[in-house]
Design a protein around this ligand. Structure first.
Ligand code: SF4
Length: 485
């Protein structure tokens, strides 16, 4: 498949002024009153007519700042030019040239600070809806002709173990399997997908989209998946090399929930974000035995945190039928790190936001379960090490929020167990030390990329790093083959 660059393909007759007058197309979405009763995606599928009309709003600027701002540098103008001409498959193929997960990135990227945030049309009107169009094209291709794959794949005889079945792991598995390497993915969860399956709720990413990709890897590319295996505990890197793997790619993410050190944090009814999200969003058969008990229907839910995970939690709580869902965050909305769109959706769904509020303790009711969160108001002081203004308690401002379920969503760290004493240098916080360009770690043959190197970040940044590491692993194996010849 050869695709020329967007600017080279753009016809000289593009009338940019006329295009700027094309109104933004309405992007269909479920009404908040309806969507709070289901776990279906908020956004509804586009029609071809809407997608083509929206693609025509792209003014095909030669500098393509959207492409530069995209972490995998998707040729957005090139894809949208094909779409407006009705070449849906050709448009999708452009995205698949630089991305393994356009159907997911189109749904999940914070486009307002990446591609769409740099769209020149956005200086005049709403930016071109790049993410929605990317997902539309990728869905169309996947559902009609299937994901792109070589007609024949010549086996190289090399075996690669991928640790972690999330975005970086899936991308590396796909890239290396297409080169003929035999890939096995190991993951602590029973099913593949990592964060895509076990972190992101279905109302943001339909699990069928993840399953579709996983099935392609397993059935079409011959990737093996071994679930329920925790590398570093059940099996070591030495074990993997002893089993005959020629290289190992670490993509175990940053999945350990940060704890909140306040009195009552261990009460029944106080739960970490991951447990709440998986039990609230997934059927028991996709979960390990210990997490299969259904969640009791909550009445008053309090979620502590300020990032996208906290939004996932409050919106899941709404869908589980909670009467009142409150988000408690110690700074103001301006300091929140998550997407504004997520907060908008949460507000539309009835979530109450308590800004400048910090939990002091969780109190138990007569049954011993959590019954209330005692909070304290805060005000913003001088900036801290993160550059954000430090929240300072306001004396005498305590108040209580009733809660029969409290969810802690205050961030994630990497699990050092995976690399501890395994010849792979890591930082005290568990993050693996790896080369930015190649993913090489301090142990020969072991590569790493994504959240286990940089900490919790975006799907698309993990994907971008994974693609670089895949190229480096392929080169490493080529050197091994040369040396053996
Ligand atoms: Fe935009 Fe993300 Fe798609 Fe890149 S991968 S074009 S940043 S939505």
């Amino acid at each position: 498949m050869t695709v020329t660059s967007a600017s080279a393909k753009a016809p000289p007759t593009i009338d940019r002024k006329a295009r700027l007058k094309i109104p933004p197309q309405p992007m269909p979405a479920q009404d908040p009153k309806e969507r709070v009763h289901n776990f279906d995606e908020v956004y509804l599928p586009l029609t071809l007519e809407t997608a083509k009309a929206e693609a025509m709003r792209c003014i095909q600027c030669p500098a393509a700042p959207c492409q530069k701002a995209c972490p995998v540098h998707n040729d957005i103008p090139g894809a949208l030019l094909r779409l407006e001409n009705g070449d849906v498959i050709g448009g999708a193929e452009v995205f698949f040239q630089t991305s393994n997960l356009p159907d997911m990135c189109g749904r999940l990227c914070p486009q307002e600070r990446l591609c769409e945030g740099h769209c020149v049309v956005g200086k005049h009107a709403r930016p071109v809806a790049i993410g929605r169009l990317e997902a539309f094209l990728a869905d169309q291709l996947a559902e009609t002709v299937g994901y792109p794959a070589p007609d024949t794949i010549e086996p190289t005889g090399f075996r690669v173990a991928v640790v972690g079945a999330g975005p970086a792991g899936l991308a590396v598995a796909e890239e290396l399997a297409k080169k003929g390497h035999a890939v096995t993915i190991f993951d602590a969860w029973p099913q593949p997908g990592g964060l895509l399956t076990y972190g992101i709720p279905s109302f943001k990413l339909d699990k069928r989209v993840v399953d579709r990709k996983v099935n392609f890897l397993l059935e079409r590319l011959g990737v093996h998946f071994v679930g329920g295996v925790y590398i570093g505990r059940d099996k070591t890197l030495d074990d993997l090399f002893a089993e005959g793997y020629d290289a190992v790619f670490l993509a175990h993410g940053a999945s350990v929930n940060n704890r909140l050190d306040v009195p009552g944090a261990d009460l029944p009814g106080v739960m970490q974000a991951t447990e709440f999200l998986v039990r609230g969003n997934l059927p028991p058969e996709r979960l390990p035995e210990r997490l299969r008990a259904p969640l009791p229907k909550p009445r008053h839910v309090v979620v502590i945190g300020g990032g996208d995970t906290s939004m996932d939690c409050v919106r899941t709580a709404v869908r589980l039928g909670a009467e009142r869902v409150t988000l408690v965050y110690r700074r103001t909305e301006a300091e929140m790190v998550g997407r504004a769109e997520e907060r908008k959706h949460a507000r539309e769904e009835g979530v109450v936001f308590e800004y400048l509020t910090s939990p002091l303790r969780f109190e138990a009711g007569p049954d011993g379960r959590v019954a209330a969160v005692v909070c304290q108001r805060m005000e913003l002081g001088a900036p801290d090490a993160s550059g954000r203004r430090r929240p300072v308690p306001v004396e005498g401002s305590e108040f209580t929020i009733p809660a029969d379920l409290v969810v802690i969503a205050v961030g994630y760290t990497a699990d050092p167990d995976v690399v501890e004493s395994q010849g792979v240098e890591h930082r005290p916080d568990g993050l693996v030390i790896a080369d930015e360009e190649t993913g090489e770690t301090t142990r020969p043959g072991v590569f790493a990329a994504g959240d286990c190197v940089h900490g919790a970040d975006l799907v698309v940044t993990a994907l971008a790093a994974g693609r670089k590491a895949a190229a480096a692993i392929d080169a490493y194996l080529a050197r091994k083959a040369e040396a053996a010849a």
